[in-house]
Design a protein around this ligand. Structure first.
Ligand SMILES: *Cc1c(COP(=O)(O)O)cnc(C)c1O
Length: 379
């Protein structure tokens, strides 16, 4: 059997062990220490001025804390992109708040500003309590930030950017993760760089960062004994894991270039295949890290062959591919929550596939991918 080709697997730089060894040598085997501080500082510098970073143990934890910092409580409504991973919306449920799902637009596959504004007006007319908006940069593609930020301001709603997979992407030269009142990034094993598991909050002041770290370390008041006046969480990043992050961030730009080269490989391959559209930036305002390369397969032009047939063909060749996000408003767990929009996100789910996109794919891997595609589309 051929070796498995993964959709997106960890790609180490070789520098990670040095930082992990440092943590051992200094005995900072804890959710604090110099790796955590340095990882935060490096990311802050990367994201640019006026951004403060708090390192946490997952992107999901970061979304949970972002909602808490937004003041979301029981009964509040949060507008959430429907076309995303469930981890974007689950923390809304942790707080007893209610997600209101919003459809995407076709340029970026992210939250439609038009549908969002119509939904806000409708909820306000119905006397509901909208509190926040959660927008995702899906697959690394920046959302329509100018419009979305303006709407959040106009209606005084707290804006959260789920940039879990969009580290290194930019919109009008501004980095993803920095558009909302709070942004989040993930360093899960399948992301563009990984700490095995981890995430960060990106906030606008040192005070807000300190408050987030306070919540993430059990909300411990200033006293010699354990004293607590607020609910606490155990969400801080471990100093070991942050060592992996330090080694990874040194190769971030190189990994982005390799992911974008994989995307170019697919653009080039599919330029002669009319039944397939490779998802790419709508114009030069957008720069995607192309975390995952994705395509839409039109069965009307393939003689009835679907993206699921292609997925099975890849699977038979021991190559991993995966359908796009199934929209959250179609998920059983969110079936009773309000939804605004049409069928855009549903139709891209029906016809879309994520292709192997890792920065560690070899020429041999590309050859096997090409062979499978040739068999599927040309024979
Ligand atoms: C990966 C991901 C998350 C969750 O991040 P974890 O670090 O795995 O908890 C949330 N939202 C999106 C869009 C993601 O891709």
């Amino acid at each position: 059997m051929n070796k498995k080709i993964w959709l997106s697997s960890p790609h180490m730089s070789g520098k990670e062990m040095k930082y992990i060894q440092e943590a051992f040598d200094t005995n900072w085997i804890a959710p604090l220490g110099s790796n955590v501080n340095e990882f935060e500082n490096t990311l802050q510098t990367y994201l640019g001025e006026n951004n403060f970073v708090a390192a946490l143990n997952s992107g999901t934890a970061a979304i949970h804390l972002a909602l808490i910092m937004a003041g979301v409580t029981r009964g509040d409504e949060v507008f959430c992109q429907s076309f995303t991973f469930s981890a974007s919306a689950n923390p809304i449920l942790y707080l007893g708040a209610k997600p209101v799902f919003i459809d995407s637009e076709s340029d970026t596959w992210n939250m439609s500003p038009k549908i969002l504004e119509a939904a806000i007006r409708d909820r306000l007319e119905k006397g509901k309590k909208p509190k926040a908006i959660l927008v995702v940069d899906s697959y690394g593609m920046p959302a329509k930030w100018d419009e979305l930020v303006a709407i959040a301001k106009k209606y005084s709603l707290f804006l959260i950017e789920d940039a879990a997979s969009a580290l290194g992407s930019t919109y009008k030269n501004k980095k993803c993760g920095t558009f909302g009142d709070i942004g989040i990034l993930s360093f899960n094993g399948n992301k563009i760089i990984t700490t095995s598991g981890g995430g960060v909050l990106v906030v606008k002041t040192k005070e807000i960062k300190d408050k987030a770290v306070f919540f993430a370390t059990q909300s411990r008041d200033n006293a010699p004994h354990y004293q607590h006046s607020e609910i606490g969480y155990n969400y801080r990043m471990s100093n070991i894991v942050a060592g992996i992050g330090r080694g990874q961030i040194e190769v971030l730009d190189a990994h982005i270039a390799l992911r974008r080269a994989m995307h170019d490989f697919y653009v080039d391959y599919f330029k002669e295949i009319e039944s397939v559209k490779v998802f790419t930036e709508p114009n030069s305002d957008y720069f995607s890290n192309h975390w995952l390369s994705t395509i839409l397969v039109n069965p009307e032009q393939t003689g009835g062959k679907t993206r699921e047939d292609l997925r099975l063909a890849f699977d038979a060749a021991n190559i991993e591919s995966r359908p796009l996000w199934k929209p959250l408003h179609l998920q059983p767990i969110f079936a009773n929550d309000p939804y605004y929009g049409g069928s855009l996100s549903e139709s891209i789910f029906n016809n879309g596939l994520c292709l192997p996109s890792g920065s560690n794919l070899t020429n041999e891997d590309r050859g096997r991918i090409k062979l499978t595609l040739d068999k599927f589309f040309r024979e």
